[in-house]
Design a protein around this ligand. Structure first.
Ligand SMILES: [Mg+2]
Length: 317
């Protein structure tokens, strides 16, 4: 059976997983990271894989950028749970003919990120294969009061985002179409950064949170699934930079589609009750509703949207 016939990546995860009954597992599958109670501490576990030719290409990424990105995307998932990253393991699959310098530069990029977050590589594995693959498993921690789940959204909450969206997918499209210029937009794709620092000052007012790896529509849907709610996304309020709009035009694509269904912006999407809105920063992009459906409000019209953002098995934005 084809993976796209069972709902792509998320359908596959659902088929393969089973709910944990271990009391130490505070959150298993279904959030940005797993949360394990370990003594008095709460540990966060996450993992992410970057595959050459699928997630990145050495045609437009430097090895240093690939290494840095591999770390940043894991840091983003730990941050989306309200946690601080601590240590990680790296598994590398390397083609036998690959130049040692490339591998050294990937590690340079990873160390750069390590210095930035004061985290450390504590082990890993190296093997050979046909494609370059970088797989990172990261551990982080959070005090109980800082833990944020996708499941915490309540009807009437406002949905906010920490920054502009769509630029990473615009950057990717520029590279794929060999379009010159737009260096700032391209940089968003090849040098993404975790954005936890933006929400840390007002974390206690956040009810639910997720990072944007698969596009706003997908992330809001994930929050709604876990919170057993629905949502309305205000399309006209989705923050998209003018340079992103221009880059999308140059690619003959729609920047709003990049923001909704693209991904890898690594901004944070969070919900806040109306009375706490003045205590937080961010851009309002929607509202949580009771009815379990995700709709988009555009030019005064409401329509139900597809919840799938970027899915390796389904979409191609
Ligand atoms: Mg995530």
């Amino acid at each position: 059976m084809d993976i796209n016939k069972i709902g792509g990546e998320f359908g596959l995860i659902e088929r393969l997983t089973k709910k944990s009954t271990n009391k130490q597992v505070i959150k298993g599958i279904g959030d940005d990271a797993a949360v394990i109670k370990f003594g008095d501490d709460y540990l966060l576990f996450t993992t992410d894989t970057q595959v050459e030719g699928d997630h990145f290409s050495l045609d437009y990424f430097t090895p240093r950028q690939i290494g840095k990105k591999a770390v940043e995307i894991n840091v983003s998932d730990i941050g989306a749970m309200g946690g601080e990253p601590k240590f990680f393991l790296v598994s590398l699959v390397i083609p036998k003919t690959m130049d040692v310098e490339i591998i050294e530069n990937i590690y340079k990029g990873m160390r750069e990120a390590c210095n930035k977050y004061e985290i450390e590589i504590v082990g890993g594995n190296i093997t050979h294969g046909t494609q370059l693959i970088i797989d990172i498993s990261m551990i982080g921690e959070a005090p109980k009061q800082n833990l944020k789940f996708r499941s915490g959204a309540k009807p009437e909450d406002v949905i906010m985002v920490s920054g502009d969206l769509g630029s990473s997918t615009a950057g990717l499209n520029l590279f794929l179409k060999n379009i010159d210029g737009f260096d700032d937009v391209k940089r968003k794709h090849i040098e993404p950064e975790a954005k936890f620092y933006k929400v840390k000052p007002f974390l206690k007012y956040i009810n639910a949170m997720i990072d944007v790896s698969d596009g706003l529509a997908s992330e809001v849907t994930r929050i709604c699934e876990q919170s057993k709610t629905g949502a309305i996304i205000y399309a006209d309020s989705v923050p998209i930079k003018q340079t992103t709009q221009k880059a999308a035009q140059a690619c003959h694509k729609n920047a709003l589609d990049f923001a909704l269904y693209g991904g890898e912006d690594f901004e944070l999407v969070y919900t806040v009750s109306e009375e706490n809105m003045d205590k937080v920063k961010g851009i309002v992009v929607g509202k949580i509703i009771k009815k379990k459906v995700v709709r988009i409000l555009k030019d005064g019209k409401e329509e139900t949207i597809s919840g799938h953002g970027y899915d390796h098995f389904l979409t191609n934005v």
